[in-house]
Ligand binder design. Structure first.
Ligand SMILES: *Cc1c(COP(=O)(O)O)cnc(C)c1O
Ligand code: SF4
Length: 351
């Protein structure tokens, strides 16, 4: 019998789903009916970066196809264990931009918080796959340093929650952070960078939608989808509900070899996401993180794909091709435009 004084704490469905995500490569291969000869290499790769993939996402993959574009994003391969010159642990200079634990201030007017190291899925190409999350945990002292920094920076009008995946925080932890942020008078916008609604649409439960809709900051959700097959009925429905609640929806993708390195796939992705109210934002060239060299698409190929996209889509459905370069004041457009030294934009007060 359960004593009345100990109320049963309901574990949300999405957290149960996360707890049951596949983390054993043998199980992933078995579920997808793939050759077990892939196993030794997969085991070597997970020693460097663990496997993690929700079952609902695996269900969107084609059984028996080792080249499935969704599988390729999560399947640990032997290539990851090979050191490639030019591929680094911290390719984008995060460490030098850290102004407090988990607080990255690289660009004018925006501050990025590493809200958590946890993700719903482990993407093998992740540029933060080697990030020392343990040393950058702003939650350890209840965001105190992060909030204190933001309170001092009156030129910052936008906070970006990143990670890891900030939506792997529970609503309870998320609202604790948001309650702190809304007390900072110069903040106007809250941006969340998340792959969770794509890989685990159950995360978009009513509690989260209410949390974002009820905010005094303008909410922006930047999703991370790379392939149109990632958008199934459940994902579409989650996106619709977010949009209906007034959340601005954008998508960023990473250009990945043998995943989405074709104009047809990327056009399909833009059109599919737009059906659910999502606008394309960035298409990133791969960040050169160690272990991900086999995902890199050459810049010339990327530019050719962009040309095809521009010719085949309405202009508003064409993402911006960028790369992140350590030490630069913004994401760098590709091809790199000559950098004109411009003074910082002066906005009217309160914008
Ligand atoms: C990418 C990034 C941003 C956001 O840049 P936008 O161009 O506004 O999307 C902000 N801070 C950091 C540290 C980033 O890496
Ligand atoms: S969800 Fe984002 S942060 Fe997490 S592993 Fe994938 S790319 Fe990296």
């Amino acid at each position: 019998m359960i004593p009345e004084t100990a109320p049963l704490r309901q574990v949300p469905a999405w957290q149960q789903e996360l707890a049951h995500a596949i983390s054993d490569p043998a199980e992933l291969l078995r579920v997808l009916e793939l050759d077990l000869a892939l196993l030794p290499a997969a085991r070597a790769a997970v020693a460097l970066f663990p496997l993690r993939v929700p079952r609902g996402y695996v269900a969107r993959m084609q059984k028996g196809d080792p080249r499935d574009p969704l599988l390729r994003q999560v399947l640990p391969l032997g290539e990851e264990t090979v050191a490639t010159p030019g591929f680094l642990a911290d390719p984008v200079g995060d460490q030098q931009a850290m102004v407090a634990p988990g607080v990255l201030h690289k660009y004018h007017g925006r501050v990025l918080l590493i809200a958590t190291g946890a993700c719903g899925v482990h993407c093998r190409y992740c540029f933060r796959r080697a990030f020392p999350y343990a040393d950058a945990n702003p939650r350890a002292e209840h965001w105190r340093q992060a909030l204190a920094y933001l309170a001092k920076q009156t030129s910052v009008s936008e906070v970006i929650l990143s990670g890891g995946d900030p939506l792997s925080l529970s609503n309870h932890h998320l609202s604790a952070l948001l309650n702190g942020l809304v007390t900072i008078p110069h903040l106007r916008r809250l941006r969340i960078h998340s792959r969770q609604p794509i890989v685990l649409p159950e995360r978009v439960e009513q509690g989260l939608v209410d949390l974002l809709a009820g905010l005094s900051l303008q909410p922006i959700l930047v999703l991370h989808a790379n392939h149109p097959r990632e958008i199934d009925v459940g994902v579409g429905e989650a996106l619709r509900r977010l949009g209906a609640a007034g959340v601005m929806l954008l998508n960023q993708s990473v250009l990945l070899k043998e995943v989405n390195d074709s104009a047809a796939i990327l056009a399909d992705l833009s059109l599919t996401m737009f059906r659910f109210g999502v606008m394309p934002y960035y298409l990133h060239l791969l960040d050169r993180v160690q272990g991900a060299a086999h995902f890199e698409v050459e810049e010339n190929r990327a530019l050719a794909i962009m040309e095809e996209l521009r010719n085949g889509l309405p202009g508003y459905l064409v993402p911006r091709l960028v790369r992140e370069q350590a030490g630069q004041p913004a994401k760098t457009p590709v091809p790199r435009s000559p950098r004109i030294l411009a003074p910082a934009i002066q906005l009217p007060k309160g914008k």
